[in-house]
Design a binder for this molecule. Structure first.
Ligand SMILES: Nc1ncnc2c1ncn2[C@@H]1O[C@H](COP(=O)(O)OP(=O)(O)OP(=O)(O)O)[C@@H](O)[C@H]1O
Length: 538
């Protein structure tokens, strides 16, 4: 059996055309080695193509687009790309489900760029809807990279104050692809006259489709209905997500003519390259101790820590900032500019540990995140899959640690099941726990658990008085002199910096430089005033 036959065998349900030339080439070998399982259901499913060259030959992809793919380091299509690109190149509507970090963004961008082919001055001809502004900006970056030299002009709205938004429809003539959040788009569509024109949209992509189909008070679903209505009747639609929900599947089947549903791997499982741990921490105090324990044992930045609310994210930030960790926090209360700066600094390796909320749970592609910590237990298995999917992307290894307390036990079974399905060992008792009724589970998913404030107990960990000049991050007794406190603080900072020393091959030079700068700064005793300022700002 040659490599292509293996690839074919592993790709259950999809139709393949055996390539003439590339049976034994490296690209097909790579595909088969990854043990791909692709399922494509629909009438006349186009053949999955194992190389970009095959796509180029069969669909005349432009040499510029091919160059841009190579420049991005995309030498072999990922499994979702092998199947969804040909489907969209044949102008078929698609509902696609593929694991986190598996290259879904390029899977829809490549065919769209091919179809639009060149600028037309007709206004927006493709629309990509993303649930968050951070994800929209990231998609814009990838789109701009893939459009280089082709002349197509992608755009996302950047104005921060909605009242001041003066998006002139005439300006839209200069752009071809719009990437937007539903909130902003609906706001513009509801102006009198509408401030954005979507009648020329040929392709509409709903990224993170299951998120955008969630119901709520003026939920995404209502906004999507307004967006659909504003697009022309001949718009082709494509739905992409890492997780599958029956609602979206049903909706797509009913509303998308000639639909092809594509699933890569098993539905709603985590990526197998992520090592997953569940840690019982007893209570809130135990979480902080466990977190500090992780730091002590040595963290390999970049690290993402998820909390259930912005209030809790701020609280944890106020604790960890004293531990000499290069940490920052991102949540919806921060200004757009602050959020952008934080994301940029984390991407550049200037921040090692980023505390965040669900806002960063979906779609965000930070290169080489080594560890995801679920400080607060995720509210659903779907949320768990997306959160931990920020690591272990594009075939890289990653690690996820999830803390749980007695309060989290009702939801433990569903997370343990995800872990087991992705090949991680889990104690049997977790899998044997009582299964929640669907309605109870849904209710619980919508409510956040009321948790105690994140704050170290005074007898165990004395929070330093931030008005003191020489605060320490260690437990202090009243009798300890200022001099001793200062020494101890410096030692602690030094120890922490050593314990979270990053691995050279995994992080940028920037990161290493900032480790050294930080070390110097901390040891020079400049820490207090900066920390105070930082906390005030957040
Ligand atoms: N063909 C390819 N070869 C190598 N790397 C790729 C390829 N396609 C995409 N990537 C890279 O894989 C990473 C993940 O891609 P992307 O963000 O599109 O994943 P995703 O499937 O949308 O994930 P999520 O479900 O979390 O949104 C990115 O860093 C991207 O640059």
């Amino acid at each position: 059996m040659d490599s292509f036959d293996i690839f074919k065998k592993l790709s259950v349900g999809a139709k393949f055309k055996k390539p003439e030339k590339c049976v034994s080439n490296l690209e097909n070998d790579k595909c088969s080695a990854k043990q791909i399982k692709i399922k494509a259901v629909g009438d006349n499913v186009p053949n999955a193509l194992a190389t970009f060259d095959m796509m180029k030959n069969m669909y005349s992809l432009s040499p510029l687009l091919m160059d841009n793919l190579m420049k991005s380091g995309y030498t072999v299509p990922t499994p979702i790309q092998t199947q969804s690109i040909p489907i969209m190149l044949q102008k078929r509507q698609i509902f696609a489900c593929a694991p986190t970090g598996s290259g879904k963004t390029a899977a829809f961008l490549v065919p769209i760029i091919h179809h639009l082919s060149k600028p037309m001055n007709k206004g927006f001809r493709a629309l990509i809807v993303s649930p968050t502004r951070e994800l929209a900006k990231q998609t814009l970056r990838e789109c701009t990279r893939l459009c280089e030299g082709i002349g197509l002009r992608p755009h996302t709205f950047t104005k921060i104050n909605k009242d001041k938004e003066k998006f002139n429809p005439k300006l839209a003539q200069k752009f071809d692809i719009l990437i937007a959040t539903p909130n902003r788009l609906v706001f513009l569509l509801e102006q009198e006259p509408p401030a954005v024109e979507l009648t020329n949209i040929e392709w509409l992509v709903i990224d993170e489709s299951d998120k955008l189909f969630e119901t709520g008070i003026r939920g995404f679903r209502d906004q999507l209905a307004i967006i659909y209505k504003a697009c022309g009747p001949n718009t082709k639609r494509a739905m992409f997500s890492a997780t599958y929900t029956v609602e979206v599947a049903k909706w797509s089947k009913k509303n998308l003519d000639g639909l092809i549903a594509v699933t890569v791997g098993n539905r709603n499982t985590a990526v197998t390259t992520i090592e997953q741990d569940l840690v019982f921490v007893g209570n809130e105090e135990g979480k902080l101790i466990a977190m500090r324990d992780l730091v002590k044992k040595g963290l390999s930045p970049p690290v993402l820590i998820f909390l259930q609310s912005k209030e809790r994210a701020k609280e944890l930030f106020s604790e960890l900032i004293y531990d000499g960790i290069n940490v920052d926090v991102i949540h919806a209360d921060r200004t757009q500019q602050q959020r952008d700066n934080t994301v940029k600094a984390f991407r550049e390796g200037k921040i090692w540990v980023l505390i965040c909320t669900e806002l960063m749970g979906r779609g965000i592609d930070f290169k080489g995140v080594n560890l995801v910590v679920n400080y607060d237990f995720p509210s659903s298995a779907i949320s768990y899959i997306h959160r931990i999917g920020r690591t272990g992307r594009a075939g890289r290894p990653g690690k996820a640690v999830t803390f749980f307390t007695n309060d989290d036990k009702p939801m433990l079974r569903s997370i343990a099941t995800v872990m087991k399905d992705s090949g991680c060992p889990v104690p049997n008792y977790m899998l044997e726990m009582k299964k929640l009724h669907k309605n109870t589970r849904r209710k619980m998913e919508k409510q956040s658990i009321a948790r105690d404030e994140i704050r170290a107990k005074p007898h165990r960990y004395k929070r330093p008085n931030i008005t003191d000049k020489t605060h320490s991050t260690t437990t202090q007794s009243k009798s300890v002199s200022n001099e001793d406190q200062e020494k101890s603080a410096k030692l602690k900072v030094k120890k922490n910096l050593v314990s979270i020393q990053p691995k050279k091959d995994l992080v940028s030079n920037n990161l290493i430089q900032s480790v050294q700068q930080e070390k110097k700064r901390k040891l020079n005793g400049e820490k207090d005033s900066k920390i105070k300022k930082k906390i005030k700002k957040k």
